[in-house]
Design a protein around this ligand. Structure first.
Ligand code: GDP
Ligand code: ZN
Length: 305
């Protein structure tokens, strides 16, 4: 075996053509192979993996210092589409205006996240277009009883960005949202000015211009990583059963044990606890409508099979 320096702990932030780029605790980005690893452990490295790297001494004049991945640490979780390991949480971004929030789409996304068990935060951008605060109030009213963390910010005015940064520090966060809501603008702010790890080439402007999308982690200036997810295509309900839907709407699922009928759909049955809470204002009508829409979609899909 070749002489190597002490092993470094790191995280794979990019994988291209058999090379893995590992951001290590020594602050260096290593270009690595995973020689022998797959044979030994049957593990294929994944972006997001925490690993141990053996730096190769005198690795020559290439763009990056070279290392070899010796070990992949056990994965806490694996996100599919994009495939990323060890994601801690999701941040869903919408804008209050231009474009107006599509709450139905947000609810579909929340349902999927809730059922996958990933903690979620919602952030609404463009507060600068809502100086009266009316749109903010509306979003708060709809989502208050969900219990999700709801943040408001303006990437343009750089308001509320620190609060978001604080919540991302030290974590790996999947960022998602429709196009035009300001995801790139926010990510640029969180990245700070310098991107040392890309060898001096700024990748800031490259977002959205890739023809093929590899998953990739972006290192934040305050610590932590962002995984910029390709978005909101394929947001169907195919993978759910109608029985799952209420559980995926937290503030609806939590009342359903009190319904008269087990398996209550909370749509037309008598003595439905969910409909009572809806009438009392403990569930917002918008969220309930989303629930009914998704439940019906799931039910009808199954019938037509
Ligand atoms: P993405 O598609 O989600 O990545 O959104 P971008 O970051 O590309 O932003 C889309 C558009 O919204 C651009 O024209 C931005 O200049 C604009 N934008 C981003 N953040 C803000 C904001 O806080 N306020 C306003 N008024 N416009 C914003
Ligand atoms: Zn019910």
């Amino acid at each position: 075996m070749k002489e190597t320096e002490a092993l470094q702990n790191g995280r794979i932030i990019r994988g291209v053509g058999g090379f893995y780029y590992v951001s290590c605790e020594d602050g260096i980005l290593y270009e690595c192979k995973a020689r022998g690893l797959f044979r030994k452990e049957g593990t294929k490295p994944l972006v997001g993996d925490l690993c141990r790297v053996a730096p190769v001494k005198d690795s020559g004049p290439g763009a990056y210092p070279v290392g070899n991945i010796e070990e992949i640490l056990p994965r806490k979780s694996t996100l599919l589409r994009p495939a990323v390991a060890n994601v801690d949480q999701a941040l869903i971004i919408f804008s209050l205006k231009s474009p107006e929030p599509n709450f139905g789409l947000l609810d579909t996304f929340l349902l999927r996240m809730e059922l996958s068990g990933l903690p979620v935060m919602i952030a609404f951008n463009k507060t600068d277009l809502d100086r009266e605060g009316e749109l903010e109030k509306e979003a708060e009213r709809i989502y208050e009883s969900t219990g999700y963390t709801i943040l408001f910010f303006s990437a343009k005015e750089q308001e509320g960005v620190e609060e978001i940064q604080k919540r991302l520090t030290g974590k790996c966060t999947a960022v998602a949202g429709p196009s035009g809501v300001g995801k790139s603008s926010l990510i640029n702010l969180l990245q700070g000015n310098v991107r040392m790890e890309t060898g001096g080439v700024s990748r800031k402007t490259s977002r959205g211009k890739h023809t093929t999308r590899h998953s990739e982690l972006i290192r934040l200036s305050g610590g932590g990583y962002i995984c910029d997810t390709p978005g909101f295509t394929s947001l169907g309900t195919d993978e759910f059963e109608k029985e799952d839907i209420a559980r995926g709407f937290r503030e609806i699922g939590k009342w359903q044990d009190a319904c008269r009928f087990a398996g209550c759909s909370h749509i037309a049955e008598p003595d439905c606890a969910v409909k009572e809470k809806l009438a009392e204002g403990l569930i917002s009508p918008e969220r309930y409508d989303s629930y009914v829409r998704l439940y019906t979609e799931c039910r009808d899909r199954r019938r037509s099979r």
